[in-house]
Design a binder for this molecule. Sequence first.
Ligand code: OAD
Length: 275
Amino acid sequence: MSCGCAPLNRATLSIGICDGPLFPSHFCSAIRHGVSGIGNIVILTGAGISAESGLATFRGPDGLWEGHRVEDVCTPEALASDPVMVHRFYDARRAALADVEPNAAHAALAQLDAQWPGELLIVTQNVDDLHERAGAKRLLHMHGELRSALCAACGARRPWETPMLPANSAQGGFAAPQCSACDAHALRPDIVFFGEMPYQMERIEQAISRADLFVSIGTSGAVYPAAGFVRTARYRGARTLELNLDPSEGSIFFDETRLGPASELVPSWVEELLA
Ligand code: OAD
């Protein structure tokens, strides 16, 4: 029987804010399992899980950077027209990683990853490295990583720890760092900009299609395609749970919403699941 809702649509996969109606007029609400029947889990995380480690969220009260919204800085057009501004933004974020540590929510997900016998995939929108520093292994960064550089000329990716902006950039004459694979001065932050395709969408779609439980943690549900995963998960028959400080934009699509700080909600949910 068709319920009229669609799985992930290739045409809508580049990231962006949805300007049109957020929700389809109807959707399938079939729920395959109760908690005891869960085998495969997909967990989507956003900036809220790292907030208590000291990293600002994007849309919270401290979400503006020097008066810019992230949607204005995080675009190919901004990189082309004002590379110094874009590099300063990401250099500051990369440097901030040295001052923060994973919190109890990252640790609990790493514990779940280590002990869960079924399939599990943590899909993070975060470009920090706090999940892996907590020990998570079954993890992918759909929006890229601060500690990685991408060559805009040849597509090579490589670890990157230092600022991309040379110290003398204020005097003008900015040249992007050189790629060791193709020699072009074309390295940029390995971040998926608005309008670009997130990483590993096929792997995410496959994992969601097999999931019995889809859990969203610390994300506002404002940025697609990640914001649409909950509807795909429901369509595929998964149970859906949201753990967030405030209800997300897609809150009505979750079977259950628990509100509070991630450092409290996530460890208690993991404890429940592993009991
Ligand atoms: P947002 O800043 O949009 O949303 C953060 C969410 O975390 C909000 O719903 C908050 O209520 C919640 N939150 C804040 N503190 C929390 C806490 N202590 N515990 C639990 N939840 C908390 O961040 P994202 O949804 O991650 O993309 O943003 C999605 C994407 O937008 C980002 O990946 C980024 C940005 O543009 C790129 O940079 C490519």
